[in-house]
Design a protein around this ligand. Structure first.
Ligand code: ZN
Ligand code: ZN
Length: 225
């Protein structure tokens, strides 16, 4: 069963929701359906699609798939998702090559003993990041290199009973780091400081769950500094 995190924000993939190897994947209602990361295998999409539909998001008309980085557990289903929905793929320029070539080492596909089906990145985010405008809101993308060169986080603001809540999709805040990924610990520390500066109310992590409250979010991020 998918889980509602905040208004228009749903946990739709990951252990307990789709394939256990999948990262946590988040469906957004931005007046158009948007998916943040899509799991490890083409088959992951079957459960994620069902979960999106269950929360009222038109999975077959997915508007955009935002890939926070090129790792297989986040991007392995991307080629299938594009083939079935025609969605636009958004990723940072520095991880785009890994996705477009289906690089087995850079994507960690070899760790999962599988292949990354190459997928075209329609919108390559440059530099420090960009803000994407949708009919129902804005999704801000922030370049947070460290785990991989083109890792990025996303955040948006939602209205929770009259209060603005900042929801941050930090994804692989926790790492890990490996030369094969092009990891950079120094860059990662700078990225964590960027995340702290956002003072998010909710942190949606890539594997370790969802953290509610500014204190809990800050403690989690500081734990990796
Ligand atoms: Zn991951
Ligand atoms: Zn990763």
């Amino acid at each position: 069963m998918p889980r509602k995190i905040a208004p228009g924000v749903f946990l739709v993939g990951g252990e307990g929701f789709s394939d256990p190897s999948d990262c946590l994947c988040y469906g957004l209602d931005l007046g158009a359906p948007v998916l943040i990361d899509c799991g490890a295998f083409p088959g992951s999409w079957t459960a994620i699609r069902k979960n999106l539909r269950q929360v009222g998001l038109a999975a077959d008309q997915l508007h955009s798939l935002v890939l926070t980085h090129a790792h297989i557990d986040h991007a392995g289903a991307a080629a299938r998702v594009v083939a079935e929905t025609g969605c636009r793929v958004v990723a940072h320029a520095l991880d785009a090559d890994t996705l477009e070539r289906g690089d087995r080492l850079r994507s960690a596909a070899d760790w999962y003993q599988t292949e990354l089906a190459p997928v075209r990145v329609d919108q390559k985010i440059q530099g420090e990041g960009e803000s994407l405008a949708f009919p129902g809101g804005v999704l801000h993308l922030v370049h947070t290199p460290g785990h991989t060169p083109g890792s990025m986080c996303a955040w948006l603001e939602v209205d929770e009973g009259g209060t603005r809540q900042r929801v941050l999709f930090g994804q692989d805040v926790h790492g890990p780091f490996h030369p094969a990924f092009g990891s950079d610990r120094e860059a990662h520390r700078a990225s964590l400081r960027k995340l702290l500066a956002l003072e998010a109310d909710v942190l949606c992590e890539g594997h370790l769950g969802v953290f509610h409250g500014q204190d809990a979010v800050r403690e989690f991020i500081e734990g990796y500094l």
